[in-house]
Design a binder for this molecule. Structure first.
Ligand code: CP
Length: 311
């Protein structure tokens, strides 16, 4: 019903992505711009979250909006049997935009088709996480000074990790070379490898994870093994600690290399790495505020020009 929803970045043009980065940059200069006075933003989180929910809510607050919503679906009438459609229709009566995280792939698309207000996908199952991708793109551009022609290593759970699926698709305009490092059980799904082939994106698959393998990385994108998506917990136990990034693995790293992680981390990055100049995951999370301010504004029809005028 409402076509300004953000379900995925896969259909965004290069120009649109660069425009959103410029919007986010304005918010980095000054996040307190009351562009949403009188608006209400709803955050509906059917799955746990720390960063995504809190940064969306901070974004809304710093834009002058009010926030309603829930962080735990157990406190909602979903427990009495209310459907997703009815929940979305109800909340649309109260809010101007709905930010939703759901455990089912396709839930955001479905919500966008029934809702009379814009939906912003805050993660749908193992499918897409476009607001994470927007902050990832912002961070990559910030640390590398460009998005084009980078060597991007994705490590860990490439099967269930929605952040890597989303990022891979959004990078199609920027001629990346991807390196996928994962055990067989968590390899990048064929659908995304086909996507690379169809869009002329180079990729290499590895199982080794050592100083030599990652020596030409510009971005080392670590991911958590997504326990909550495993049907067989024995399989999770077998793969969960397969790839741990240790300090001695950085001895051949390029000087510009940055380690990103959507967080939370569990056992993928040794804590000592936090003290190295390569670690960038906490700054990456901070960029989530600016990227999400840009996305909320965009789905509500607020332009870069509007933002620049509201100092
Ligand atoms: N990166 C991310 O989605 O983190 P949360 O699950 O804490 O929102």
């Amino acid at each position: 019903m409402q076509n300004s929803s953000l379900v995925t970045l896969a259909n965004h043009s290069r120009e649109k992505i660069e425009y959103l980065i410029r919007m986010a940059h304005e918010f980095e200069k000054n996040p307190n711009r009351r562009l949403l006075d009188g608006k209400v933003v709803a955050t509906l989180f059917f799955e746990p979250s720390t960063r995504t929910r809190l940064s969306f809510e901070t974004a809304a607050n710093r834009l002058g909006a009010r926030v309603i919503g829930f962080a735990d679906p157990k406190v909602t009438s979903g427990t009495k049997g209310e459907t997703l459609k009815d929940t979305i229709m109800m909340v649309s009566n109260y809010a101007d935009v709905i930010v939703m995280r759901h455990y089912l792939e396709g839930a955001a698309q479905y919500a966008s088709e029934v809702a009379p207000v814009p939906i912003v996908n805050a993660g749908d199952g193992a499918n897409q996480h476009p607001s994470q991708t927007m902050l990832d793109l912002y961070t990559i551009n910030q640390t590398q000074g460009k998005l084009d022609g980078l060597n991007i290593y994705m490590v860990g759970d490439l099967k269930y990790g929605r952040t890597v699926h989303s990022l891979l698709m959004a990078m199609r305009h920027f001629s990346p070379t991807f390196h996928f490092i994962a055990p067989d059980e968590l390899a990048m799904p064929d659908i995304y490898k086909r996507y690379c082939e169809e869009h002329g994106i180079r990729y290499v698959e590895h199982q080794d994870f050592n100083a030599d393998t990652i020596s030409d990385a510009d971005i080392l994108y670590m991911t958590r093994v997504q326990k909550e998506r495993f049907v067989d917990l024995d399989e999770y136990e077998r793969v969960k600690d397969r790839y741990l990034l240790k300090c001695n693995m950085l001895k051949k790293a390029r000087p510009n290399m940055k380690i990103l992680h959507p967080l939370p981390r569990v056992n993928e990055i040794e804590y000592l790495i936090d003290e190295t100049p390569y670690a960038y995951y906490f700054q990456q999370a901070r960029n989530g505020l600016y990227a999400r301010q840009a996305l909320i504004c965009d789905v509500l029809g607020i332009t870069l020009d509007d933002i620049q005028k509201k100092l």
